[in-house]
Design a protein around this ligand. Structure first.
Ligand SMILES: Cc1cc2nc3c(=O)[nH]c(=O)nc-3n(C[C@H](O)[C@H](O)[C@H](O)COP(=O)(O)O)c2cc1C
Length: 372
């Protein structure tokens, strides 16, 4: 028995049965092999996440276009059949532990690690100027999303998620700050949302009844960036176009490190307001993430109807026993991610595999051995 009756109640998304309202939100930790292969370290990581008892594990961003669209050389590759076996192993590993397996696919656009990144427009990005995509190149990227999503299905995942968050390519098109195009892909919101809607339509066309989720940028947290007023209209369009769920987040690499955003992001449930606003506009399940680290808060978010599902990223990685401890009333035993600590982010930004300073000594020792 648990006092958190909303949190541990099931939910259906189409044909999919989610055993509770807990999901793992995508968390890139630099565990893939050099060149984006599915390594043993990565399989161990996702096995542990699936064993936690969450209903669905959303695997971190995998590239649809290497190297042009990859965040780093340790971004999983979903763009080649060379990786199909590894992807199939990953899906099987997660499903074997009783969780639904989802893979997030992405094109990093102007935030790619590539030498010559591409974007909707040539807007300076951390000292570099990306190349504006031609219409032909836009169609090629749509095809690459289709190809990757088809591979995700073939690999045996239960669903695929399009990464429209963190200010990556899909979001770069929607943003008035990074999309300065003068053709049919730029200007009014209707035009700026055209590319992600085309990607969604093409992917759905190719994968049939295979569910397609969407990681969604609700607010860039930048003065001239995308805000709720427009993003909520885009969310309505996505829901109308048949996304399986919308997973709401805020911020991009250009806002994450601003002092006021750093402070905001330390607070429990710091993105729930965005999810609640989007939830009012759409008739598909909404996921919310961001330091939802107490059973009481997560229960209240679901119970009050601000979201349908909870996304746990660092919360679950710090303590994979979180769901069990919360369900069994053992919350005093939970190891909490420290809001003042940024070690995992700093490590992955330096291209190193991440560890959590809160892990018990023995776990740290075992994981450090695996990193070698
Ligand atoms: C190191 C790190 C890597 C992340 N990787 C991804 C990713 O690959 N895709 C994604 O959509 N979000 C990613 N996120 C965002 C998380 O999914 C989540 O929204 C955020 O960390 C808040 O949840 P939490 O407080 O439980 O960590 C990442 C966050 C961190 C800190």
């Amino acid at each position: 028995m648990t006092i958190f009756t909303h949190l541990f109640s099931p939910l259906e998304i189409g044909e999919l049965q989610l055993k509770n309202r807990l999901t793992m939100a995508p968390l890139y930790l630099g565990y893939a092999g050099e060149g984006g292969t599915v390594s043993n370290l990565m399989l161990d990581y996702y096995r542990e996440m699936a064993q936690s008892g969450v209903a669905m594990v959303v695997v971190e961003n995998a590239t649809v276009d290497h190297p042009t669209g990859s965040g780093s050389n340790r971004t999983i590759r979903a763009d080649t059949d060379d990786n199909l076996k590894g992807l199939a192993q990953l899906a099987e590993t997660i499903k074997k532990e009783g969780a639904l397996a989802c893979l997030q696919i992405n094109h990093a656009g102007r935030f790619a690690g590539a030498e010559a990144p591409v974007a909707p427009s040539a807007v300076e990005t951390f000292g570099r100027i990306p190349k504006a995509l031609s219409q032909k190149e836009i169609r090629d990227v749509v095809d690459k999303f289709v190809d990757a999503a088809s591979r995700v299905k073939k690999a045996g995942f239960d669903l695929v998620e399009l990464h429209g968050g963190t200010g990556y390519l899909l979001a770069q098109f929607v943003s008035p700050r990074t999309n300065k195009r003068e053709d049919e892909y730029g200007g009014a919101l209707e035009n700026r949302q055209k590319f992600p809607l085309e990607v969604l339509a093409a992917v759905k066309d190719a994968v049939g009844d295979f569910p397609v989720g969407y990681r969604f940028l609700a607010d860039e947290w930048l003065p001239d960036g995308l805000k709720l007023e427009e993003s909520s209209q885009f969310a309505t369009a996505l829901a109308g176009a048949g996304v399986a769920y919308i997973s709401v987040m805020g911020g991009t690499y250009e806002s994450f490190f601003l002092p006021e955003i750093v402070e905001k992001s330390k607070k429990k449930g710091y993105m729930v307001d965005l999810a609640g606003a989007i939830k009012k506009e759409v008739n598909v399940p909404v996921i919310t993430a961001g330091r939802l680290d107490t059973g009481e808060l997560a229960e209240q978010v679901i119970g009050s109807g601000q979201a349908d599902l909870i996304g746990l990223a660092r919360v679950l990685w710090t303590d994979p026993e979180w769901p069990k401890k919360v369900k069994q009333g053992r919350e005093d035993e939970v190891l909490l991610c420290d809001p003042e600590c940024d070690t995992c982010m700093q490590l992955v930004m330096k291209g190193k595999p991440a560890f959590c300073v809160r892990w018990p000594h023995e776990k740290m020792r075992i994981w450090k051995e695996k990193f070698q």
